[in-house]
Design a protein around this ligand. Structure first.
Ligand code: DX5
Ligand code: ZN
Length: 226
């Protein structure tokens, strides 16, 4: 299971150094949480395309960057994030009217396309276009901030999506990645790996005041080997 850091708990004045520290520790995928002060329940604003563009320029072309859009108008604005240099745009099923149209527009522009669902959203809405998606993300916290507690009740949805994706791959279809986001730490990383997660987003479990990123990452990866 690959680990990607959410930078929400970083000191934004030191963001460049923090990202360098993550890359030095072996991270090859960055997760950028975009909130527009409107869509998430707590009305938080995080950052937009300008910051993502600076991150892309700093890390160069080799690092994989996704953006998780927790915004009202992803259908009109996703291109700004693609132009800022992300590899993969992840939009919320709950916030988009015509998801298949969004996916084909993204693919036409050459960016990968992901769909994310909240902890209480069923997977049924995704299944009709699963074969077109490069990634499916299951939220294991209610989106809005880092440092929240993991919601274990998403297990059933993750396992069903794993089965559907495996069936798709076995039949020669797209290798859609399965991601989880929210409350993942060294004590539950092995649990979600066992559910069949390909990529886990880790925010406060990686970027915190307790230990350097390298040490936090090592305790997560060690927990996966036991
Ligand atoms: C929540 C974000 C997550 C979150 C991850 O709205 O999408 O990426 O900040 O942070 P932790 O791992 O601290 O829950
Ligand atoms: Zn996220």
């Amino acid at each position: 299971m690959e680990i990607t850091p959410s930078i929400l708990t970083a000191d934004f004045c030191r963001l460049g150094e923090t990202i360098d520290e993550a890359l030095d520790a072996g991270i090859g995928w960055l997760h950028m949480d975009v909130m527009d002060g409107n869509w998430v329940v707590n009305r938080t604003i995080t950052f937009g395309p300008a910051l993502i563009k600076s991150v892309r320029e700093r890390v160069g072309p080799e690092v994989f960057i996704d953006c998780h859009l927790m915004i009202t108008n992803a259908e009109e604005t996703w291109e700004q994030y693609a132009n800022a240099g992300v590899d993969l745009v992840i939009a919320h099923l709950e916030a988009v009217e015509d998801f298949p149209k969004l996916i084909s527009e993204m693919h036409e522009s050459g960016v990968k396309s992901g769909c994310v669902i909240n902890p209480d959203t069923p997977i049924d809405g995704i299944l009709p276009f699963l074969s077109e998606l490069d990634l499916v993300l299951v939220m294991s916290v209610v989106p809005g901030k880092g440092g929240q507690s993991f919601i274990p009740q998403v297990e059933g949805k993750v396992r069903s999506l794993r089965e559907a994706i495996d069936f798709q791959i076995e039949n020669g279809g797209r290798e859609t990645k399965l991601m989880i986001d929210g409350g993942i730490k060294d004590h539950n990383a092995a649990l979600v790996a066992g559910w069949g997660i390909d990529v886990a987003v880790v925010g406060s479990g990686l970027i915190n005041n307790q230990a350097p990123i390298g040490e936090n990452l090592a305790s997560i990866t060690n927990s996966l080997e036991i």
